[in-house]
Design a protein around this ligand. Structure first.
Ligand SMILES: [Ca+2]
Ligand SMILES: [Ca+2]
Length: 219
């Protein structure tokens, strides 16, 4: 690679570094300790809130805080008494790819305390909303061999969202959830320098490159 190609390669890498890029976050609640009812919490860059009378709780699963036993996956997860809304603290838009959902207390049947369906409503950045429903299988044995949680994959319409709400439908509306997989989160604006600064710096590098190349060809 000659000096001219090296210089332009460096220039391309420089601009690629400053271009906004998207990233993903799986909200797993694992950094949080089990706790009782709350209506607000923040974790992994997201604010969670609930307008329900009981809000939500954080559980370690099994018989830890639950009788009869709650679903178990060996980690902390969210127990919603009815509904919970996720917003990014940065205000950036995002996509929702998937989440894991499960019942509440073991032995619940449809029409009891556990919701039969988790309804997901995404509010679109351009206005309007999208929704999808996911049915719970009522297969759960707490700390047993069964997989209490189901993996629910959202349709491709859950993109460019400003917030997303999970709501229990049926029964008393209770459900549990974990590993909420957010994607296409745009890099927060404050970390990106102003366009004029980038152009000025780029022009400076161009000037330096021209000077270096000039000296090279004079040899
Ligand atoms: Ca977890
Ligand atoms: Ca289940």
């Amino acid at each position: 690679m000659n000096l001219k190609r090296k210089f332009f390669s460096f220039f391309l890498v420089f601009f690629a570094f400053f271009l906004p890029s998207n990233y993903a976050i799986i909200v797993d609640f694992n950094a949080l300790s089990p706790a009782g009812g709350a209506k607000n919490l923040s974790t992994q860059g997201f604010d969670l809130s609930s307008t329900g009378s009981n809000g939500f709780a954080l559980l370690a699963g099994g018989t830890n805080g639950c009788s009869p036993a709650c679903p178990f996956n060996g980690t902390t997860y969210l127990f919603s008494f009815n509904e919970v809304t996720f917003n990014l603290q940065s205000g950036a838009s995002f996509s929702l790819a998937s989440f894991e959902g499960a019942e509440t207390n073991q032995g619940q049947t449809p029409g009891g305390l556990t919701a039969s369906t988790i309804q997901v409503i995404g509010n679109l950045a351009g206005g309007g909303s999208v929704s999808a429903n996911f049915g719970l299988d009522f297969i759960h044995d707490g700390e047993g061999p069964q997989n209490d949680f189901q993996l629910f994959t959202l349709p491709g319409t859950f993109v460019n969202l400003t917030s997303v709400t999970f709501e229990g439908i049926g029964g008393a509306g209770r459900f549990t959830m974990d590993n909420v997989n957010f994607d296409d989160i745009q890099t927060p604006e404050p970390s990106v320098p102003e366009a004029s600064s980038v152009v000025l710096l780029g022009l400076s590098i161009l000037g330096m490159g021209k000077y270096c190349l000039g000296n090279f060809y004079k040899r």
